[in-house]
Design a protein around this ligand. Structure first.
Ligand SMILES: [Zn+2]
Ligand SMILES: [Zn+2]
Length: 237
């Protein structure tokens, strides 16, 4: 049955592999990383899509763009939506997109535990960027950890993601990567201990240098004031 050439007979597994690769590229692009599409195409044809042509993989990526646009979701700029998506292909793509975004309600639950918070935020960050989260107006301290506050993983994910890998303090690219993503820390401009909120309007994504500067430098007050000036969404509390 499978000729290995035609576009009409892709297996579900192949469509899933294409969708996985597509969403991965989209997420990296949205967090400000450069994506080499020709390279990704080749990697797919050396693995899950062996036997497919470069053009056929490219066309499938454009099909995925078509479906994402229909769903009102973001797409990769470089893959223009293709006009003719077969009904079967479209169904497979939709199904693959659904299984992909398997966020569970737990992923959104605020936590005071740093490792859990980071794990949830990192998972949310892999999803396409959504609207600004509300966050928590008055974060509570937990009894178990004493000093830690309940924080919203979606706030951390959103703030870091919209920074696109550029520090909001010095406007320089993050100095290094962690797990393939630019390393930026999310800082509460009015500190949580001073009853600052855990909302996008009180949080910035900073490189480790600028973050230390906010907490420890002798010009920390001036530096904090400059953040309010240069980051439009910040609101003094
Ligand atoms: Zn910086
Ligand atoms: Zn901080």
């Amino acid at each position: 049955m499978d000729t290995g050439k035609s576009n009409s007979d892709w297996s579900n597994a192949e469509i899933h592999a294409a969708v996985d690769a597509y969403l991965n590229m989209l997420s990296r692009e949205q967090s400000g990383q450069k994506v080499n599409k020709a390279h990704e195409n080749r990697v797919l044809r050396e693995g899950a899509l062996a036997g497919r042509t470069k053009g056929s993989v490219e066309f499938r990526m454009q099909n995925i763009s078509t479906v994402l646009v229909e769903l009102g979701r973001d797409r990769i700029e470089g893959y223009k939506p293709a006009k003719n998506v077969g009904a079967n292909v479209e169904r497979s793509i939709r199904e693959a997109l659904n299984t992909q975004s398997t966020l569970t309600p737990e992923d959104f639950v605020p936590t005071a535990d740093e490792a859990t918070l980071e794990r949830r935020a990192a998972k949310l960050e892999k999803q396409p960027l959504k609207g600004e989260p509300k966050g928590i107006a008055k974060p509570e301290q937990t009894q178990t950890t004493g000093k830690s506050y309940l924080r919203d993983p979606e706030v951390r994910a959103w703030v870091r993601k919209q920074a696109k890998g550029i520090c909001e303090g010095c406007r320089q690219p993050a100095p290094f990567e962690k797990d393939g993503s630019p390393f930026l820390e999310v800082h509460h401009v009015k500190h949580l201990a001073q009853e600052g909120s855990d909302r996008p309007s009180n949080t910035v994504a900073l490189c480790p240098n600028c973050h230390r500067r906010c907490h420890h430098s002798s010009d920390r007050e001036e530096f904090t004031a400059s953040l309010y000036k240069q980051v439009g969404r910040l609101r003094p509390e």
